[in-house]
Ligand binder design. Structure first.
Ligand code: 13P
Length: 222
């Protein structure tokens, strides 16, 4: 089995910028080394280069646009996040939804550039649809639980189980993550026991006074 994967999305939280982003990256490096879990960070675009240069953890973009170099203004060029040091990207986050055609094009751009693709979905039907596009990961996150402090693992384990089954039925090579309200080792263990390979989370780490302690708790039951 692959190492468990914890992906921390810093969103545009003030607490996830500048010095704090570096502090979270140091915590992720430390806890990853201690536990063997892979802990990645998805910062705002301008933090991708400094974090990837100075920390031995995978850094992800929060979004890419399905464009090629040329006359586009205000877009996120996949080549640019790759050359800034990203090893992967979120696609279709609940706070950055795309059309199905755009999701497909983003996955293809990511594959071409050797960026891991993590496609976010909101339920098992969209998880199945995303799996058909052959990303590296599908991350199911019920939108109503995002940032709620209520964990998907406890409030809606059924959506995790159904998504795992739906993705396996479509393409068993696609790995499943889950997220929304993930905050403890127990949440992570439930997610893994239901067949995911890890979690995607934000507020419990980004807004913590001691992110390292939260990360250590997250991997404590693996
Ligand atoms: O949207 C999320 C991660 O991408 C989940 O956010 P929270 O962990 O804050 O619920």
């Amino acid at each position: 089995m692959d190492s468990p994967f914890i992906l921390v999305n810093l969103k545009t939280y003030q607490e996830g910028m500048g010095h704090n982003a570096r502090r979270i990256a140091v915590a992720a490096e430390t806890v990853s080394r201690e536990s063997g879990a892979v802990i990645g960070i998805a910062p705002i675009f301008t933090e991708i280069r400094p974090l990837s240069q100075h920390h031995a953890i995978p850094v992800y973009a929060q979004h890419i646009d399905a464009i090629t170099p040329g006359a586009h203004t205000g877009h996120i060029l996949p080549e640019a996040v790759r050359s800034a040091g990203a090893s992967g990207t979120l696609i279709n986050h609940s706070e950055r939804r795309l059309t199905l055609a755009d999701i497909d094009a983003c996955i293809q751009a990511a594959r071409r550039l050797n960026l891991e693709s993590v496609v976010c979905t909101n339920n098992d039907a969209t998880s199945a649809a995303a799996a058909a596009l052959k990303p590296d990961y599908v991350a199911v996150e019920p939108p109503e639980l995002i940032g709620s402090g209520v964990s998907v693992s406890k409030a809606d384990p059924g959506v995790i189980e159904r998504s795992v089954n739906a993705v396996r039925a479509v393409n068993p090579d696609v790995k499943v993550l889950t997220g929304a309200g993930i905050q403890s080792g127990e949440c992570v263990k439930i997610a893994i026991d239901l067949g995911t390979c890890g979690v995607l989370l934000a507020s419990s780490v980004v807004k913590a006074e001691d992110p390292e302690a939260v990360l250590r708790d997250l991997v404590s039951l693996l």
